[in-house]
Design a protein around this ligand. Structure first.
Ligand SMILES: [Zn+2]
Length: 355
């Protein structure tokens, strides 16, 4: 599991059981402190009593953290009442946002992981290899390997043929070593890169289980890491787009034959609550005002003074965020799509696990 996915899973499972507005979710670019001050003032004007007291204490903790730490892009989820404080480093520029709710506001984080699908990158030539893991757009070097390989036939006494055989043998041994390391770190997507033929030889040695995960090979100089990162992310973005197109086609077919495809907010809410969703598709940027029941966690669009199911008290909520949280809690994959197709399907759609 990747770092970001783990964080989302954890965050989606947390909420205030009394449905009080106790969680602060702050997405911060590390620069605009005035933004925090402004939002803080606005929220304090709205909250009262225990919620206000908790908000002030939570913000103190957040500001203390921001005061002593770096100024990079960061997402902080915190609640003094629940003694909860979670920081997720964001590798790209994010839009400032401060939300107070009964649960962490995870949508921007989920959208971000959807944009930056994680992958494993192997950069190698015949005697050097590096394995990188890229998650949420963040690059981590996992392993660096090198071997001494004779490149020139210097020593006397050896025939050229014998030299070549020995050289081939030691390259092969090195590739086996790299492959064993790759097996430890590889996630669902692999990209192999490097100069010349080495990457193709390495590729042909991979067992089927790794071959299946191979997204692309990239021709690049061994020193040229920066360009490689950019190019490999572009490769992943293209793959993601192709997959989304396919998913959309598949979904439409399933809806037409009354199979495992559903669409529209009401049907999706029900499917999400039942844990039926395998893959949730959400229109990028779409929000829907609605309510959540503080007693039974039922969700609906529009307004409701009391819950139609249990007559419990309701509070205002973004229906789409609630659907995403339900989906994450039940291990569904969440993807964001823009364009008319998803809009016409009612802004949200899903492929179900079962019916
Ligand atoms: Zn209810």
């Amino acid at each position: 599991m990747e770092l970001c996915d783990e964080a989302i899973k954890e965050l989606s499972s947390i909420y205030d059981e009394e449905s009080m507005d106790t969680f602060v979710s702050l997405y911060f670019d590390g620069k605009d402190r005035k933004f925090i001050y402004r939002r803080e003032k606005a929220v304090m004007a709205v909250l009262k009593g225990e919620e206000l007291d908790n908000f002030v204490k939570t913000m103190e903790e957040i500001k203390e953290f921001l005061g002593k730490k770096h100024a990079g892009n960061v997402a902080i989820f915190a609640s003094h009442k629940h003694a909860y404080f979670k920081v997720v480093d964001i590798p790209v520029k994010i839009k400032n946002l401060l939300v107070v709710d009964s649960s962490p506001y995870i949508r921007p984080l989920v959208e971000l992981t959807d944009t930056w699908e994680s992958f494993t990158l192997v950069l190698l030539n015949t005697n050097h290899a590096k394995i990188f893991s890229i998650s949420c757009g963040k690059i981590t070097e996992k392993k660096r390997l090198s071997a001494y390989i004779m490149n020139k036939h210097k020593k006397g006494g050896w025939s050229q043929a014998r030299f070549q055989r020995l050289r081939k043998g030691s390259i092969h041994a090195f590739f086996v070593e790299v492959m064993e390391e790759l097996q430890k770190y590889a996630n669902a997507n692999i990209i192999i890169a490097g100069p010349g033929q080495a990457k193709y030889e390495f590729k042909s040695m991979l067992p089927k289980s790794l071959q299946e995960k191979l997204v692309d090979t990239i021709d690049v100089d061994i020193e040229d890491e920066h360009d490689l990162f950019e190019e490999s992310m572009a490769v992943m973005a293209e793959k993601e787009m192709e997959e989304k197109k396919d998913t959309m086609q598949h979904l439409k077919k399933e809806i037409l034959r009354d199979g495992l495809g559903v669409c529209g907010v009401d049907d999706i809410i029900e499917a999400a609550r039942n844990g039926q969703i395998e893959l949730l598709l959400v229109e990028k940027g779409y929000k829907l005002r609605g309510w959540i029941c503080e007693n039974c966690q039922a969700v609906g669009k529009g307004t409701a003074k009391e819950c139609p199911y249990c007559h419990g008290k309701t509070s205002e909520a973004d229906v789409i965020e609630e659907i995403i949280e339900f989906a994450e809690r039940t291990d569904a994959k969440v993807e964001f799509i823009s364009g008319d197709e998803i809009k016409n399907l009612g802004h949200v759609a899903a492929l179900l696990r079962y019916k």
